[in-house]
Design a protein around this ligand. Structure first.
Ligand code: HDD
Length: 719
């Protein structure tokens, strides 16, 4: 009988016997279903009082109900992940839209239209569990595919490159990045001496530093960030032919970022910002999607790229090797239990399926050893794969036995292979079944602790990234370096960073250095200890537009609009705009000085959802001020409302004012004339019927641009 049939029979037998056992238990149980019991099923008569000697006497040691409850509570936390500790996750599926049969024999990549269940965890790399979400950081993007051939984990990030080239430096990197060991600060931030000390001594970090100082490090939403497998992998087809592959996730909602000032404020106003955003979108039935794209390179052509594919500090520009879209990822269900699923999920780049294989990237090779070890430690033993979230959906059987928290009840006398005592042919190794085959790469080389010379160029791609950024993005990068370095106390470290930067672009280095009171950057002084060599490959490209986040209209689905109101608000235009926003997939909330209702200009009652103070502008994507003279005047006298509008203006968000609402803008010196033009992304609309409809459409179009950077006097705004 074929193995799969046997599996199915065994499974259905197991299902029958589980159901029978449950039936037996139900009949057997003395406890009605809804009664609180101990772990062993003893009904608890009182969950408010511990056992004591008299009503005012001491508690008794014999109170097993109390001790059991507290002892379990004492063990409720497990070790947090050393890195990427803070995260959020969701269930969903991956649908293949184009067969990859010519490149790989991986089962889940064969048939267009086939769906594979997934569990995806997003995370922040630096912070401890409980750290604020919106900090400047690398984000994890880890996908577990529950395929029919075993679990496949793509444990990537929202940046396509990494800090270091060799896994042996990972503990050093993480130690330098995390809070400094003597006082345990700062939390979830690289803006401190030890990080920049390490980074400046390791010039290979330069490309990644450019990404980390860019808007990529401040995602507006997990739903709006790209994902990357980072390393080069191999795909192997049924004939054994291999291609190198890079994995990309491209978000349907576009890639968008927060403004740094906004990100810092959100860290206090809503530390769970990104986790809440994901949860609420799924709960509201708005399911985020990404396209899966692959860059595929024939083995023989890798040498012609001008950089080494095995170096994780390098990317392949999409303009050189286009990204082939092959599927889509849809997240459509929140976890039922954060701990059981999001916390206990165990990813591992070594969870791989036939048809996919590793490259010799020394960072990836080190990861392969790290994750099993890390998960065994974190999840308390070798059986973490039996936890429901980690268990494969396909059958698995081997002779692993025992260990802490073993959940399977293995049967029979035999726990070894080969055997002749087991009843059937279970768990045999079958030479006729291909299973997982490593790519038979020919190797004959000396054992050596040295990097390939191809890894020596630390700056070309950092320059490529810099050249590819738009004007606003460049300003943000400069400001980010300045912010981080101005928190660094050791002047020599600051100097070393800008010296290194002068190899990326002398103007960038000078700009960063100017307000920091440090000497003019000197490229010759940029001698990091770890292998600095001034090698520069001739750039294959001057710039790569795909590296910029600017441009591209990704719509306004799930964007949030704050509507500022006071008594006397005119709601005619408001209703039209609210409806148009809803039709475009966005939502709006009414904000006032206090909760309750405000009277509209026509004497109706308008319910207020939030106050200005509890839901500040940083938690919204755009602000709308409806008409009504009395409302506009009250808002103009209210410090919270004034701050609201100024702050949104400063952060480049779309502002829309209707009729008399324009007075508020004039009072704030934002230079808007009634019926006239405002600054970029500031819309001033008429209150009549045709005016309203047009205004709604203009508002939506402006919001779709996400940010408007070219506003006059933006630096003078005190927000
Ligand atoms: Fe790692 C977790 C991503 C290099 C060792 N890593 C972890 C997670 C992500 C990444 C997203 C969290 C997964 C989850 O959601 O549970 N790691 C990366 C990327 C890397 C990288 C993109 C470079 C390309 N990692 C890396 C190296 C090592 C590790 C070089 C060790 C030599 N990573 C770990 C770990 C973690 C981990 C210590 C922490 C806890 C865990 O695995 O589950 O094993």
């Amino acid at each position: 009988m074929p193995q799969s049939k046997q599996d199915a029979q065994r499974k259905s037998k197991a299902g029958d016997s589980a159901a029978a056992k449950q039936k037996q238990l139900d009949a057997f149980s003395q406890a009605p279903e809804n009664l609180l019991t101990t772990r062993h099923g003893v009904v608890i008569p009182d969950n408010h009082n511990s056992l004591r000697a008299g009503v005012r006497g001491p508690s008794l040691l014999e109170d097993f109900i109390l001790r059991e409850k507290i002892a379990h509570f004492d063990r409720e936390r497990i070790a947090e992940r050393v890195v990427f500790a803070q995260g959020a996750a969701a269930h969903g599926y991956f649908e293949l839209t184009r067969s990859l049969g010519e490149y790989t024999r991986a089962d889940f990549l064969q048939e267009a239209g086939s769906r594979t269940p997934v569990f995806v965890r997003f995370s922040g790399a630096t912070g401890a569990r409980g750290a604020a979400d919106s900090v400047r950081d690398l984000r994890g993007f880890a996908v577990k595919f529950y395929t029919r051939e075993g679990n496949y984990d793509l444990v990537g990030a929202n940046m396509p490159v990494f800090f270091i080239q060799d896994a042996i430096k990972y503990p050093d990197l993480v130690h330098a990045m995390k809070p400094e060991p003597h006082h345990g600060m700062p939390q979830a931030s690289t803006a401190h001496d030890s990080f920049w000390d390490f980074a400046s001594l390791m010039p290979e970090t330069t490309h990644m530093l450019m990404w980390l100082m860019s808007d990529r490090a401040l995602p507006r939403s997990y739903r709006m960030m790209e994902g990357f497998g980072v390393h080069t992998f191999r795909l192997i087809n049924a004939k054994g032919v291999a291609h190198f592959a890079k994995f990309h996730w491209k978000p349907r909602l576009g890639k968008h970022a927060l403004v740094w000032d906004e990100a810092q404020k959100i860290a206090g106003k809503d530390p769970d910002f990104l986790r809440r955003d994901l949860w609420e979108a799924l709960a509201a039935g708005s399911f985020p999607e990404w396209e899966l794209g692959l860059q595929l390179i024939e083995e023989g052509k890798a040498d012609g790229l001008g950089f080494d594919l095995l170096d994780a500090t390098k990317l392949i520009p999409e303009e050189i090797v286009p990204v082939l879209i092959v599927g889509r990822l849809v997240l459509n269900r929140n976890p039922d239990n954060f701990f059981a699923e999001t916390e206990q999920v165990a990813f591992h780049p070594g969870h791989i399926v036939p048809g996919i294989d590793f490259s010799n990237d020394p960072l990836l090779q080190g990861r392969l050893a790290s994750y099993t070890d890390s998960q065994s430690w974190r999840l308390g033993g070798p059986n973490f794969h039996e936890l429901p979230i980690n268990r494969g959906l396909c059958p698995f059987h081997n002779f692993e036995r025992d260990g802490a928290h073993r959940m399977l009840v293995n049967k029979g006398q035999v726990a070894y292979e080969p055997n002749s005592l087991a009843s059937g042919s279970e768990f045999r190794v079958d030479g006729g079944h291909q299973g997982f085959q490593s790519y038979p790469e020919a190797l004959e080389a000396p054992k050596i602790r040295r990097r390939s010379p191809g890894f020596d160029d630390h700056f070309s791609q950092a320059t490529l990234f810099w050249n590819s950024q738009g004007p606003a993005e460049r300003e943000h990068i400069v400001a980010a370096f300045q912010f981080e370095l101005s928190r660094v106390e050791a002047a020599a470290v600051r100097q070393r960073v800008v010296d290194n930067l002068s190899h990326v672009d002398p103007k960038l280095a000078r700009k960063v250095a100017e307000p920091l009171g440090i000497a003019v950057p000197d490229p010759k002084a940029a001698a990091g200890r770890a292998g600095f060599r001034d090698v520069r490959a001739s750039p294959p490209l001057e710039s790569s537009p795909a590296l910029s986040m600017e441009g591209g209209d990704s719509g306004i689905v799930t964007r949030r609009v704050a509507v500022l109101v006071a008594s006397g608000v005119e709601v005619g235009a408001l209703r039209v705009i609210q409806q148009a926003l809803q039709d475009a997939g966005a939502s709006s909330r009414i904000l006032g000085a206090r909760l309750g209702f405000v009277a509209t200009s026509s004497g109706q009652q308008l319910a207020v959802d939030h106050t200005f103070a509890t839901m500040p502008s940083v938690l919204f994507d755009a602000v709308l001020v409806p008409g009504g003279a009395a409302s506009a005047e009250t808002l103009a006298r209210d410090g919270e409302a004034v701050h609201y509008v100024l702050e949104a203006y400063k952060h480049g968000k779309t502002l829309c004012v209707v009729g008399e609402g324009a007075r508020l803008l004039r009072t704030l010196g934002l230079g808007a004339d009634e019926g006239g033009q405002g600054a970029a992304g500031v819309l001033i609309g008429r209150n009549d019927a045709p005016g309203r409809a047009q205004l709604a459409q203009d508002f939506i179009a402006a919001m779709a641009r996400h940010h408007h950077w070219t506003r006059p006097n933006i630096d003078a705004i005190p927000a």
